[in-house]
Design a protein around this ligand. Structure first.
Ligand code: 26Q
Length: 805
């Protein structure tokens, strides 16, 4: 264990070695770097030992392949997980250093867009915390997700230079580099035994260099690895590059993370990124495996590869290539191994979001991959046609209309396909992937998402954590299910009072942040109503705005309207080329300006759109939220995870029956959540009957007329262009996401929130019930289910033998 004294002397010693300085002379950045290296030294033994013990026990390992990871800042979560947060914080204080100051120096590691990337990072934390042998595999982008600024209410994107001051957590492992082959022609030439072998001409060899980051388990001495690959041109290959542009084209492969963006579809660089980290990862896995001296036929007893969405689906043909071309296995042997090793998670049911690549791109960049995919496709068709008939097979085959369907590849090439919430997994089976469900019913399963509750409660919400410790003791910190103990205090006025005080404290902190960053003054006693997520039409930030405008007009017309003051808080990035989403950002900002500066409204209504929503900002907003907006059109949000984080922090959810909202309702009961809107069946009925008319709803509703007209009649200033675009999307193009249909129900739901808030004790009880029931969404549980049902990791199986669950 680290003593305060030891820690302080380590800090001083390393600062002298690294910068030849004393504490008093060092900047926050220098102190942060030194602190990072002290911590790294502290866990280095556990990191080595964990790896050694996996090797010694020949534990089966899982490799989580994800093109996105979104860890945010790591300093405090590393300290927490190592169990030295207090020692370090106090030790620093004794040297007159504020841990918070150093924590703020760290740049967010934002190598992801949103939910999918953050889920990968929550899983990394939980996999280590559950003591499971598991590793991340991804890309070390030079620039993470763009930084968002508002200029005149418009989103402007700036590069995210997250590496500009170095990265203390990563370890470059040059000796573990692997070669990656791109492009060139492939000739299948018979070898001495007459087996066809690929011979490449004009190919480019690139080097993938791993950068390893420790994934520290929660106070269990386990340290796993997240391995991110960077690209380099090997010196031996340099003469092949005839121009700077040619070099750049390859070197820039890992330069930027692609934003979640349909316009980026079909970009060659994205495909190259996918192959790059897949090939690097699969090669290094096999290299490790061969050291174990086990036959390849047993690979699936030692290795599981998880494909996070279809972005790493090339794992399937790449594993096949290595087994066939490098290790000489037969197709049948290689295929059996591959399917057993691979598993796949689907994160969307939106047809337009399913990944497809034009054949010509795949063939020109990755000719061998394409050949193998063609053969997988050919055998699939041949084998399944007899049993299922040609219609079904034509719909499910991998190659269709000159495109490679990555989801089809992932399903056919793996033994498990899971959705991320109950409803989503049902829709996969019954609708979106129904054809595959007919063929492979046993492959489909559900794994409802979860969150790293330690980060989202212990780190993000200290005031609430202290209240919990005081009354239910500390077991919840390790065992989130123990949050249920809080239910014993449902009628304890003292506990309710303390919970309310913690919330108020968090709201005051957020109010200060809002004042500093936007200049807007908000009342901490107002209802803090929060919608934080990527900006997407289906998530319906616009529905929220329509309701805000309704309240605004009501207050203007009738200043005596009884509503509790509300602060509507938004955080959202729009993909750079998603013009409609950007128009919504602009309009929310302009409505905000109009309302926030209207003296007739005062403190009763405020609209705050915080810039640059990211993990760190989420950690500020979530603890301060009273209301959680989860208002996607039913069936569109696969799961959502901020819904879970907000619930855990005591916000009351206003939600449609979509994604994990349904499971949140089941957990807290109807009285502690506000549900509204179309159900998924009703949405599908509209699709079937084609009888939705937004215009009709508009014509019959004076309220909606007033609100929608405000977008085009100059009522809302400075949105001439965007206002028209939005108005047209609702009326002229018939409101694709049924906002107008759900509008009345949403307003009633919001009225209920207002009414509930009038009774502080009742509100606090509902909030308590939400906190107490959030334990079931711990990512620890989620990864244990993956480990047991999908990855079949030995430690879980062994533990299960000992004490059946
Ligand atoms: C597409 C084309 C080109 C480049 C990038 C992309 C791209 C990038 C990111 C496509 C999709 C994503 C991210 C999707 C995502 O975050 N999905 C969310 O996953 C969460 C975790 O399962 C769910 O909770 C959310 O419901 C789901 O929207």
């Amino acid at each position: 264990m680290l003593s305060k004294k030891k820690f302080k002397s380590e800090m001083r010693q390393r600062l002298r070695e690294k910068y030849a300085m004393e504490i008093e002379d060092a900047s926050s950045q220098e102190l942060f770097n030194v602190l990072g290296s002290v911590i790294k030294a502290y866990y280095s033994d556990s990191w080595r030992q964990s790896w050694k013990s996996y090797l010694a026990n020949e534990d089966k390992q899982v490799y989580y392949f994800s093109i996105e990871f979104l860890p945010g800042k790591m300093l405090k979560s590393n300290l927490l997980n190592l169990g030295i947060l207090d020692v370090v914080s106090e030790g620093l204080a004794e040297m007159e250093i504020d841990l918070e100051d150093l924590a703020n120096v760290e740049k967010d590691m934002a190598l992801g867009n949103g939910g999918l990337g953050r889920l990968a990072s929550c899983f990394m934390d939980s996999i280590a915390s559950c003591g499971l042998p598991g590793n991340g595999n991804g890309i070390r982008y030079d620039y993470g997700l763009f930084k968002q600024r508002f200029v005149d209410g418009y989103q402007v994107e700036l590069p995210d230079e997250w590496l500009s001051s170095g990265n203390v957590w990563e370890v470059r492992k040059e000796s573990k580099a692997v070669d990656i082959q791109f492009s060139g022609d492939v000739w299948m030439v018979p070898d001495e035994e007459g087996h066809l072998k690929p011979v490449y001409k004009n190919q480019r060899i690139l080097r993938a260099v791993p950068y390893d980051t420790a994934m520290i388990g929660y106070q269990n001495k386990r340290v796993n690895t997240m391995r991110l690959w960077g690209i380099e041109i090997p010196t031996s290959e340099e003469e092949k590059y005839t121009s700077i542009q040619d070099r750049r084209q390859f070197e820039d492969l890992t330069a930027v993370l692609y934003p979640d963006d349909s316009n980026e579809r079909g970009r060659l660089v994205r495909l190259a990124q996918e192959y790059f980290f897949v090939s690097a990862g699969v090669q290094s896995i096999l290299r490790y495996y061969l050291k174990l001296k086990k036959p390849l036929s047993c690979l699936s007893e030692y290795v599981a590869i998880h494909i996070n969405d279809t972005h790493p689906a090339l794992c399937v043909p790449e594993m096949m290539r290595l087994l066939l071309d490098e290790h000489g296995l037969s197709w049948e042997q290689a295929w059996e191994i591959t399917v057993k090793v691979m598993s796949y998670t689907n994160h969307t049911i939106m047809a337009e979001a399913l990944e497809k690549w034009p054949i010509h791109l795949m063939r020109s960049l990755l000719p061998r991959m394409y050949q193998i995919i063609e053969e997988i496709d050919r055998r699939f068709v041949e084998k399944k046609k007899l049993a299922y008939g040609s219609d079904l097979v034509e719909r499910t085959r991998i190659i269709q209309n000159d495109q490679v369907h990555m989801a089809h590849l992932a399903i056919i090439g793996s033994h498990s396909t899971n959705g991320v919430a109950k409803l989503h997994s049902e829709l996969l089976k019954q609708v979106v992937l129904h054809d595959f469900y007919e063929i492979y019913p046993e492959r489909f399963n559900n794994k409802t998402n979860g969150i790293a509750e330690r980060r989202w409660m212990q780190l993000a919400n200290e005031p609430l954590s202290h209240v919990l410790d005081k009354h239910i003791k500390k077991s919840w910190r390790k065992n989130p299910e123990d949050l249920r103990l809080l239910l014993n205090y449902l009628d304890d006025p003292q506990v309710l009072k303390e919970l309310a005080a913690a919330k108020l404290q968090n709201k005051e902190a957020l109010a200060r942040y809002i004042k500093e960053t936007t200049g807007i003054k908000v009342l901490p006693t107002a209802i803090f109503d929060v919608q934080i997520k990527r900006l997407h039409a289906y998530k319906r930030q616009l529905l929220n705005l329509l309701h805000i405008l309704k309240l605004y007009f009501e207050l203007k017309e009738n200043p005596d309207t009884a509503i509790h003051p509300r602060v509507f808080i938004f955080g959202a990035k729009a993909a750079p080329s998603y013009t409609y989403a950007k128009a919504i950002i602009k309009v929310i900002n302009e409505v905000g300006n109009m309302i926030n500066n209207d003296p007739a409204i005062g403190d009763r209504l405020k609209v705050v759109f915080l810039e640059n929503y990211n993990v760190s900002l989420a950690e500020r907003i979530i603890p301060a939220a009273d209301v959680s907006e989860q208002i996607s059109l039913a069936s569109k949000e696969a799961s959502g995870t901020s819904n879970m984080k907000l619930m855990l922090n005591g916000a009351i959810t206003i939600a449609t029956l979509d994604g994990a909202n349904i499971e949140i309702r089941d957990a807290v009961g109807e009285d502690n959540i506000v549900i509204f809107g179309l159900t998924e069946q009703e949405v599908y009925a509209y699709y079937e009957n084609q009888d939705y008319s937004a215009l009709k709803i508009y014509e019959e509703s004076p309220v909606l007329q007033k609100i929608l007209n405000a977008f085009v009649d100059g009522t809302i200033p400075n949105i001439e262009f965007e206002g028209r675009e939005i108005f047209d999307s609702l009326i002229k193009y018939n409101d694709e996401y049924f906002l107008l249909r759900d509008f009345d129900a949403y307003c009633q739901a919001q009225a209920k929130i207002n009414e509930w808030y009038q009774d502080p004790q009742q509100w606090q009880q509902k909030s308590l019930i939400n906190i107490a029931n959030a334990g079931r969404f711990s990512a620890d549980d989620t990864v244990l289910r993956y480990a047991e049902d999908i990855w079949q990791l030995n430690p879980v199986l062994k533990a299960a033998e000992k004490e059946p669950r």
